[in-house]
Design a protein around this ligand. Structure first.
Ligand code: X8Z
Ligand code: ZN
Length: 600
């Protein structure tokens, strides 16, 4: 009863004129006011969040939490007020804005100031815990204590091949997330109350309601796309497990069952690219090593970013503004803690674009830089839209844009920019496809299982005393990956991945990894390319750039299906593009696996 009173009084204060029967005119006024006030609050929050992410201190977290609380409360008030216009007959644009207003936040709080404050503080605290996380051990003859940041451990685990060391870093990093568990539990509790106040069953339906289709239809479509790619994943898993078992011996990697999670060349076993040397096809030499090329041809982090920027410029996009270079964070700071996980920022919806990343000269991070710039060029393309339409068609589109460009980082492109003398012969294609599949195909079940876990946590199917067990059950079911050591509920292994404490939905990456191949196929056609998709580079194609820009400019003003159609002619997510792209590799894998027992 009391809560009801608080809601009404807050709304009455904010929008006295909307309390009685509403008109279309009032709805328009309401939207104009919401857009303008939320814009101001979001910019204030963005600057505080930038400081908190690039300079982790007690005070920067306090300032961020306060700014976020303001933004959160305002968003919740407008979201609730939007519901009061539900029965009004509005035009397409206004109706869409009302819906977007309701779904604006990632985790809504209930309209209760104390809970909004608690939610904001939990968010800051967990992000800072993740960003400041480290693993320390005594080393050398002096036994001196050496500490490794999360970013340093991530880098080490790419190249390390000693299974004991790998296990030590793997387990050491997961000590950091233990204290996150009670915070996470409480965040879910408050978020569920917030979602319910907005008329959703829980956060699971709230998160799945953002895709211009019903929440259950969305989840079902993801399963359908996954089912199409799964045979490919199974074949890759089978080959990789066999080669790893040969390499490490059956005591470390058993030839059957799931693969232990610490030996896949990545802290989270989400990208297997760094296993290339172990699993590569002997008969098909890739002909070059992108890690070495990046090291040889670039001179520090900023230079890597300039090369990626140049790709976008070649498509007809304007160069990034001077402030991008002045204000971005390209390297891990030496004298203070920062959140190294890469992100792209737009601080004023005009031109204050930045990235925050601890760039190392590796092939993986070269791709990530393209990924991040994709966000920035998208943000700039939709900045002319009204505030509520400044967003990607759905969150998968934001994630797919830079990756689509990175798919054009082919041997031909490397020749174009002078990094390679000549294109390797077609016999190297299987090697190339293998290197790409270790990234793109290996990722998909991970991309899917993270939010499957969160959906179950949100809707109560998984309770806090089952968090870790449910996590590992999904990792085994989808990825065929197992924990190398027993994990009890004392641990909170989901928290060892940025997006859980950072509260970033993850289905966006699953979608992106599928649709980037649709985008690549469409842009290659637009560029007039004919030939196998994996050899296509759209570098320098103004036609492809225009096509891409036309879609980016739409922002989220139309259902994503319209944006997909504008770009690809298709109105749906379609895994056939990724399957076509990798088809030659599938035949090769099937041959390799002929006499192997696959599955786990
Ligand atoms: O988080 C990211 C980007 C920032 S939006 C670097 N990615 C996911 C991850 O690292 O887990 C890109 C691929 C998946
Ligand atoms: Zn991203």
């Amino acid at each position: 009863m009391e809560k009801f009173f608080i809601v009404i009084s807050a709304l009455a204060l904010l929008f006295p004129i909307y309390a009685s029967a509403q008109t279309v005119e009032e709805a328009k006024e309401f939207l104009a006011e919401a857009e303008s006030r939320l814009e101001i609050a979001s910019h204030e929050y963005a600057h505080a969040a930038w400081i908190a992410a690039t300079y982790i201190t007690y005070d920067s977290q306090r300032v961020e939490a306060t700014a976020y609380q303001r933004f959160l409360e305002l968003s919740v008030e407008y979201a609730n007020a939007a519901a009061s216009f539900n029965d009004l007959d509005l035009d397409f644009t206004d109706r869409r804005k009302m819906e977007l207003l309701k779904q604006f936040l990632v985790i809504p709080s209930p309209s209760d100031s104390e809970m909004a404050q608690e939610l904001a503080e939990i968010g800051s605290e967990m992000s800072a815990m993740y960003g400041a996380g480290e693993y320390c051990r005594n080393e050398g003859i002096t036994g001196e204590e050496i500490c490794y940041t999360g970013d340093q451990i991530e880098n080490l685990m790419r190249e390390l091949r000693d299974p004991d060391e790998l296990l030590e870093f793997w387990a050491g990093w997961r000590e950091n997330s233990i204290p996150m568990k009670p915070l996470y539990e409480r965040q879910v509790e408050i978020g569920n109350m917030g979602a319910q106040e907005l008329g959703y069953d829980n956060l699971s339906t709230f998160w799945r309601a953002k895709y211009d289709m019903g929440p259950d239809a969305f989840a079902a479509d993801a399963d359908v796309q996954w089912a199409k790619v799964k045979p490919f994943y199974d074949a890759l898993h089978c080959h990789v497990r066999a080669e790893l078992s040969d390499y490490y011996g059956p005591e470390v990697v058993p030839p059957s069952g799931p693969i232990p999670a610490h030996v896949l060349g990545n802290q989270w076993a989400q990208d297997w690219s760094y296993l290339f040397d172990i699993v590569k096809p002997e008969s098909s030499d890739l002909g070059y090593d992108l890690d070495q090329l990046v090291q040889k041809n670039t001179d520090g982090p900023e230079d890597i970013v300039r090369i990626a920027e140049n790709f976008f410029i070649s498509l007809g996009f304007d160069p990034l503004p001077e402030t991008f270079w002045e204000r971005s964070m390209f390297s891990e700071p030496e004298d203070h803690k920062a959140v190294c996980h890469a992100s792209a920022w737009d601080l004023d919806d005009k031109d204050d674009l930045r990235i925050k990343m601890c760039i190392d000269p590796t092939a993986e991070e070269f791709r990530v830089v393209h990924h991040e710039l994709g966000h920035n060029f998208y943000q700039r393309a939709y900045k002319e839209q009204p505030p509520l339409f400044r967003g990607s068609a759905n969150d998968g589109f934001h994630e797919a844009t830079g990756d689509t460009i990175a798919l054009s980082v082919t041997p031909k492109y490397l020749v174009d920019i002078g990094w390679l003398e000549e294109e390797p012969p077609a016999e190297g294609d299987i090697g190339y496809l293998m290197s790409m599949a270790l990234d793109k195909i290996a990722f998909l079940p991970w991309g899917l299982m993270i939010d499957k876990w969160r959906w179950q946590v949100f809707n109560g199917k998984v309770s806090p005393d089952e968090y870790n067990q449910a996590w590992w059950a999904l990792r085994e079911e989808y990825q065929g990956v197992a924990s190398p050591i027993a994990r009890s509920e004392d641990y909170f292994d989901p928290g060892a991945k940025y997006h859980i404490p950072g509260n970033t939905p993850y289905m966006r990456y699953f979608l992106a990894y599928i649709q980037q191949f649709q985008f690549h196929r469409a842009l290659c056609a637009e560029a007039g390319y004919e030939g196998p998709l994996h050899r296509c580079s759209i570098y320098g194609s103004k036609a492809a750039g225009e096509k891409l820009n036309a879609m980016l400019e739409m922002g989220i003003s139309r259902p994503w299906q319209d944006a997909m159609e504008a770009m690809t002619g298709q109105r749906e997510l379609d895994a056939s593009a990724i399957i076509d792209y990798f088809a030659p590799l599938k035949d090769w894998l099937d041959q390799q696996n002929q006499f192997r027992q696959c599955g786990w």
